[in-house]
Design a binder for this molecule. Structure first.
Ligand code: NAD
Length: 244
């Protein structure tokens, strides 16, 4: 621990596995008091041994639950929004229900948490919001990522809007645009692509490997800390050169 987030309180969504989990653990390691949430209570419970101060079940699709959880969490310096779902398919595979579900989970969830936590940050005169977007949708199109790409572009736009509106009030809002990162859902998508799915995903990586959730968490720590005090409204790509 090097105390880069010492004295700060952080709230993380979708923290049970993958990128959200790695961010929650890295924040705690850097001295933050971390409140980690997810819909998966079982996997969340394992976080207690990782120095996480508090864990709680939270469905980010439930506005009332998000508002109540923000009250329970109290004043928060860092909000990390990680919840997201990858719909597979083109425009022709995307029903109205698919579209609504993806936008609700990937974008409106962030609207909900920001509405709930921003007033407390404004009272404190400081706050760092970090949203997990994606290289797909913001920096390039990926096949069969029609609505996913649309949601992640919306996350980048939402990020810039929040950054602009509150830039003079001590609030910073950035998003991270990962490339292909080895997480439970990514491995499920690879398995669904066939027996060589993982190799197929690796073959499109110029570095010859997938990214790790810990590599994303390192960037999240920087964006959450005062080291990035002059940075706001930016979509930070971290993709092993996928978009080069
Ligand atoms: P994941 O998909 O493996 O896990 C997602 C977590 O979200 C799970 O713990 C799940 O229980 C939780 N979750 C699902 N619905 C929820 C809800 N309604 N409320 C609260 N929690 C909920 O995680 P990941 O692959 O690390 O993805 C995290 C974020 O990173 C997502 O926004 C994803 O789009 C983004 N991302 C991932 C990659 C990648 O390659 N893995 C690349 C770019 C962006």
């Amino acid at each position: 621990m090097s105390d880069r987030l010492k004295g700060k309180r952080a709230f993380v969504t979708a923290a049970a596995v993958g990128i959200g989990r790695a961010c929650a653990v890295a924040f705690a390691r850097e001295g933050a008091t971390v409140f980690a949430t997810d819909i998966d209570e079982t996997k969340l419970a394992a976080l207690k041994g990782e120095g996480i101060a508090e864990v709680a079940k939270l469905d980010v699709r439930d506005s009332a639950a998000v508002a109540a959880m923000a009250k329970r969490a109290g004043k928060t310096d860092i909000l990390l929004n990680a919840a997201g779902f990858v719909h597979h398919g083109t425009v022709l595979d995307c029903s109205d229900e698919d579209w609504d579900f993806s936008f609700d989970l990937n974008v409106k969830s962030m609207h909900r948490t920001i509405c709930a936590f921003l007033p407390g940050m404004l009272e404190n005169g400081r706050g760092a919001i970090v949203n997990i977007s994606s290289a797909a949708g913001v920096f390039k199109a990926a096949p069969n990522r029609y609505v996913y790409g649309a949601t992640k572009a919306a996350v980048a736009a939402l990020t810039r809007s929040v950054a602009t509106d509150f830039i003079a009030k001590g609030i910073r809002c950035n998003c991270i645009c990962p490339g292909t990162i080895e997480t439970p859902s990514m491995l499920e998508r690879a398995a669904a692509a066939g027996p060589n799915g993982r190799e197929m995903f690796i073959s499109r990586q110029p570095m010859g490997r997938l990214g790790t959730a810990e590599e994303i968490a390192s960037l999240a720590v920087y964006l959450a800390s005062d080291e990035s005090a002059f940075t706001t409204g930016v979509a930070h790509v971290i993709d092993g050169g996928w978009t080069l």
